[in-house]
Design a protein around this ligand. Structure first.
Ligand code: GDP
Ligand code: IMO
Ligand code: MG
Length: 423
């Protein structure tokens, strides 16, 4: 069996959680491969709304195995809060959730370091989620990290050494902090974590594939936040791209099958960094209000703008996307006209490729199309799509060279339309 990968093509929050939930019935296993509690994946069904951070979005469907892979960074305190809330709402997970022993632990001091580094950067701060993501991945790469498997053996000494190292750095930065409460909750999280299936997930996932089981990998963040290919340095600290599923789960590249690329019908970004199609006017505000574009976890205002096809073509190339999923089209239901960026102007010259640096001097070149001015939120089949929306879809497919197979017209699981039109 092959593994299918679902990931965001923009700056995150494309609607990955919703679509993983929609696709889960077709798979036996759902696995997260990178990121950590910087993610906020929203699911809505049967009148309930859930926001997942470290736990895969396949957790609501009883008979599925959910894996937190080695590429993920896990904060035991936040994990405990998330897992307990799910259990309290009637969704047991101890049996269905398997956690890689090779996943790295986010320490309380990683969170403090995240804040300290951001403070030191001043105006050029990344605008991180403050969850310790950067410092944890830094320790992983510099071979100083603690892993989930470490809690099974001589953990206190390993923790004390890591904490002492971090304290030295924090002192050198003259950063004042109080770790008491954070550390208390974190230690409780460690004890809680011991109740779970801590596994060698690379063996498990490959064995499941050998048995003919199907696997869906759930990306976090988005390609424009990838540490190698995103808008560096305003990125997260992991590989959010398809290749991240290989390293983050222990899968050979030849195991990858479909690559679902998720995009909004417009574009958003949270935190600092370049965003060529950002709108600072009433239209941007309208998109934010209609799309409820506020962080799923932090509540931070998301910056909004038109869809950027230059960036999307790049994302599709980097990930080897085989099919697109178009989200939040309903947010544009009332618009007279819709714009899409088809090229950039850099130093007066028009380019249609994603350049080395988009931090400065990139001006979007737009194509304008008529809006569909129809409420699509109750539609259940593509046969109901208004003509202008069909034209918008065809335009996107042509520009992106990739078919749009699913269209989402609202946050609920049920507001999802599969397209059967010939490619
Ligand atoms: P993720 O991080 O990619 O899982 O996305 P988030 O959950 O952070 O943000 C997506 C937001 O849009 C959530 O509030 C979803 O409930 C909502 N959403 C998802 N799909 C649609 C859609 O098609 N239409 C509308 N209006 N909202 C959607
Ligand atoms: P999901 O999975 C949107 C952004 C932060 C910041 C940058 C680095 O819900 O799509 P970090 O805390 O990772 O070091 O922050 O990345 N960011 C996200 N933006 N959606 C996310 O996740 C994000 N995770 C991180 O806002 O700009
Ligand atoms: Mg999100």
């Amino acid at each position: 069996m092959k593994v299918d990968v679902l990931l965001g093509l923009q700056w995150g929050d494309e609607g990955k959680g919703k679509v993983v939930d929609v696709l889960t019935p077709r798979y036996d296993v759902v696995a997260r491969f990178q990121g950590g509690p910087n993610a906020g994946h929203t699911l809505e069904f049967e009148g309930q709304k859930y926001v997942l951070r470290s736990i895969p979005s396949g957790i609501f469907q009883g008979d599925k195995v959910n894996i937190i892979g080695n590429g993920v960074v896990l904060d035991p305190a936040l994990f405990k809060a998330e897992a307990e809330a799910l259990e309290a709402s009637g969704h047991p997970l101890k049996e269905r959730l398997h956690i890689s022993k090779k996943a790295h632990l986010i320490l309380p001091t990683h969170r403090i370091l995240d804040a300290a580094y951001e403070a030191a950067k001043g105006a050029s701060k990344v605008g991180t989620t403050g969850k310790g993501i950067g410092p944890t991945y830094t320790d992983k790469i510099s071979r100083n990290g603690l892993r989930v498997g470490d809690i099974l053996n001589n953990f206190e000494a390993k923790y004390a050494a890591a904490k002492a190292r971090h304290e030295q750095i924090l002192n050198s930065l003259n950063y004042e902090y109080d770790i008491t409460e954070l550390e208390k909750q974190w230690m409780e999280g460690i004890e809680y974590l011991r109740q779970f299936n801590l596994v060698d997930s690379e063996h498990e996932i490959n064995n499941l594939l050998k048995e003919g089981k199907s696997v869906l990998c759930e990306g976090a963040q988005g390609t424009m936040l990838d540490v190698d290919f995103g808008s560096y340095p305003f990125v997260t600290s992991s590989n959010t791209i398809c290749a991240g599923a290989c390293t983050g789960l222990g899968l050979g590249p030849n195991k990858i099958g479909e690559v679902y690329g998720i995009m909004k019908a417009y574009c958003t970004r949270v935190g600092s960094g370049p965003f060529p199609t950002e709108l600072f006017d009433e239209t941007g505000k309208k998109i934010r209000d209609l799309g409820h574009e506020y962080g799923a976890v932090t509540g931070r205002e998301r910056r909004c703008g038109w869809v950027d096809l230059v960036a999307l073509r790049y994302s599709i190339m980097i990930n080897g996307v085989t099919q697109l999923i178009l989200m939040k089209s309903d947010v544009l239901d009332g618009f007279e006209t819709i714009k899409a960026c088809v090229a950039y102007k850099v130093n007066g010259e028009e380019i249609d490729y994603f350049p080395y640096d988009i931090n400065e001097g990139v001006e979007p070149v737009y194509v304008e199309m008529p809006g569909w001015k129809t409420d699509m939120t109750k539609m259940t089949s593509e046969d109901e799509f208004p003509e202008e929306f069909n034209a918008y879809i065809s335009f996107l497919e042509e520009q992106l060279g990739t078919p749009i197979k699913i269209v989402s017209v609202g946050p609920d699981r049920a507001q999802t339309i599969e397209r059967y039109t010939e490619e």
